[in-house]
Ligand binder design. Sequence first.
Ligand code: RIB
Ligand code: CA
Length: 306
Amino acid sequence: MKWIIDTDPGIDDAAAIITAIRSGLDVIAITAVHGNTPLKFTTRNALILTEVLDVPTPVHAGAERPLLQPPLAAAEVHGSDGFGDAGLPPPKRALATQHAVDRIIEAAHQYPGNLSILAVGPLTNVALAIAKDRSITGKIHQLVIMGGTSHAQGNTSIVGEFNVLADPEAAAIVFEAGIPITLVPWETTTKAVIPAAALERLRGSASPVAEMFLTISKPLREITRRFLGAEGMVLCDLVAAAVAVDAGIMTEHVHTYVGVETGGTLARGLTAVDYARLSGRQPNATVCLGVDVGKLTDLFVQAITA
Ligand code: RIB
Ligand code: CA
C-alpha cells in the first residue's frame, strides 16, 4: 500500500508523520495544506521533518485557504509558526514543483486500489482533487482521517473539531465521495493522552528527532494540562497515524453513515454520526471510538527514539 500524508504541521502532525514513516508506511508524498498555521509554515515544517528524518519524501504545497470561508488558525496551540515558535533553522530542501492536488490525482491513477491517504489537516486538498478528477474516488483504497467529533463535543466551536470546521465544504465533499473512510474523531484522541512518563523516555533518548519534537511540543503539554487536566500530551494526528499503521490498535469502532453539516451557525462543521441508522444512508465511515493507549504510546516512543 502506498500512502500520501495530507497535513498541516502542526505539532501533533509532526508526531503522526514521524510515526507513520518510522513505522514503515510507504509514504510516497507529503501534501501540505493550510490549517494550524498558514501554508507557508505548514510546507516549511513538513520540509523540516523530512530533513530531520533524513527521508527523500517529496513535500508538495497545496491549498492555502479553505474552499469558501476565511482560514482558521490554531496559534494558541501550535504557535504562530506551527512548531511552537521554537525558532528551528529553516529547511535546506525545496518543495516539489507539482501542486499537492495534482500529486494526489496522479498517485491515484499511478496506484489504482493501492493508494491510501492519511489526512490529518483540513480536507481542502483532498476535496479539490475529487472535484478536479472524480474518477479517483474509485481508485483510492481508503482515507484515514483525523477529524470531526463522535458525540458533537467540539474543540474549536461547540460542535466543531478544527480540521472539519476549518473547511466544512471540503469535508462534506470528501465524506460524500464514496471513498472508504476510517475516522478518528476528537473525543477518541482525548482518551489517548501520551503519558508524561513516556515523554520522559523521549527526554532520555539520544535521538535528534526526539529532541526536536520535545523542543517544538512544549506548548502542547500545557494545553493538555489546561484543557484536559492530564499530565502528558494529546496528539490527535498520532492516533490516526497509528490506526493507519495498525488498524488493530482500535479497541472500539462503529461502521455507519457520517454526514457533515455545512449550514447553520451553532451546528456548522458538525460530523453527524448515524448511530441509530435513522438516515437511511449507506455507511461511509468506520468511526474509531477507542484505541489501545499502551500500544499507541509504545509505537510513538519506538518511532521517535529510533
Ligand atoms: O482537532 C485537532 C486537529 O486540528 C489536528 O489535526 C491538529 O493538528 C489540528 O489540525
Ligand atoms: Ca493536523
